[in-house]
Design a protein. Structure first.
Length: 160
């Protein structure tokens, strides 16, 4: 399932990479693509991935959001400023360079945690690694920090 265009130089084995994504992580990217078309953006940015994580409402990332008492409604409102008229969801929407890096970082985070699949938690870690992006700034301003989220993931796994 390819939900947006990825430059071939960055992902020589893009099919293999998306095969690593859990069903829930793929749905996050599907929802992110929906947000792009709704908001009239020209490319899929990290903030759209964050909106996708919020929209899915389940998974490890959402458990972390719940435990951190993130004001998801307020975050959604902050990120939903239209950039232009809605675009046809049938057209191909490219990933921005920042989002390509986010996906690579998510893969690295899955490897770091010895996980076969890339899940919502790895997408969240990738967002947090992208310092200076809108999504990372919003998450940091709401108290999420990369190392603390990594520890929280380990804690949540130990509790299950």
């Amino acid at each position: 399932m390819v939900v947006a265009t990825i430059g071939s130089k960055m992902f020589e084995r893009q099919t293999e990479m998306f095969e690593r994504f859990s069903g829930r992580a793929r749905r996050v990217l599907f929802y992110a693509r929906y947000e792009v078309s709704k908001l009239g953006s020209s490319s899929l940015e990290n903030e759209h991935v964050l909106l996708g994580l919020i929209r899915i409402g389940s998974g490890t990332a959402n458990q972390i959001f719940d435990r951190a008492h993130l004001p998801l409604g307020a975050i959604r409102q902050e990120l939903e400023a239209p950039k232009g008229p809605p675009i046809n969801p049938a057209i191909e929407i490219p990933f921005s360079n920042e989002t390509k890096k986010l996906l690579m970082d998510a893969s690295e985070e899955a490897d770091r945690l010895n996980d076969k699949d890339i899940g919502t938690e790895h997408l969240l870690l990738g967002l947090l690694r992208a310092e200076g992006t809108v999504a990372a700034t919003v998450l940091a301003s709401n108290g999420l920090r990369l190392d603390a989220v990594r520890r929280e993931i380990v804690t949540l796994r130990g509790a299950s």
